[in-house]
Write a protein that binds this ligand. Structure first.
Ligand code: AMP
Ligand code: ZN
Length: 113
C-alpha cells in the first residue's frame, strides 16, 4: 500500500523514533508545530478515526498508554499538552493513516485555527 505512515512503520522511510513496539510507532513530526511534536501511529493501516472498529479497542487503549508514557518521559505530563486527531478535509488531515499528534512545551492556543 502506498501509504507514508505504513512505510515509516515498516522502516522503509526513516523517522526519528521515540517509541516503538509491535503495534505502535511514535516519531518526531518532520514539520513540528510546537517544541514538542510527536506522532503516535498504529502500525495497522486505519485510514482515519472514522474507520476504527470494535476489534481495534485494545489498540486504541494501548495508544493512550503510549501517549501517557511519552508524556511522562518528556515532562509534558507536568506542563500540559494536547492530543490532536485531524480528520478529513475540514479537519486538515493530510496523511490518510490514523495518527495522534502530541503537542507540548509551549502554551497552546484555544480555539485552534
Ligand atoms: P495531518 O496533517 O494531521 O494528517 O498530519 C500529518 C503530519 O505528518 C504533519 O504534521 C506532517 O508534518 C507530518 N509528516 C509528514 N511527513 C512526515 C515524515 N516523513 N516524517 C514525520 N512526519 C511527517
Ligand atoms: Zn498506512
Amino acid at each position: 500500500m502506498d501509504c507514508l505512515f505504513c512505510k515509516i512503520a515498516n522502516h522503509e522511510i526513516p523517522s526519528t523514533t521515540v517509541y516503538e513496539d509491535d503495534q505502535v510507532i511514535a516519531f518526531q513530526d518532520i514539520d513540528p508545530k510546537a517544541p514538542f511534536h510527536v506522532l503516535v501511529v498504529p502500525k495497522k493501516h486505519i485510514s482515519s478515526v472514522l474507520e476504527v472498529e470494535d476489534m481495534d479497542k485494545d489498540l486504541m487503549y494501548h495508544i493512550v498508554t503510549v501517549i501517557q508514557k511519552i508524556a511522562k518521559e518528556s515532562g509534558i505530563d507536568q506542563s500540559g499538552f494536547r492530543v490532536v486527531v485531524n480528520t478529513g478535509e475540514d479537519g486538515g488531515q493530510s496523511v490518510q493513516h490514523l495518527h495522534f499528534h502530541v503537542l507540548g512545551k509551549r502554551l497552546l492556543n484555544w480555539p485552534p485555527g
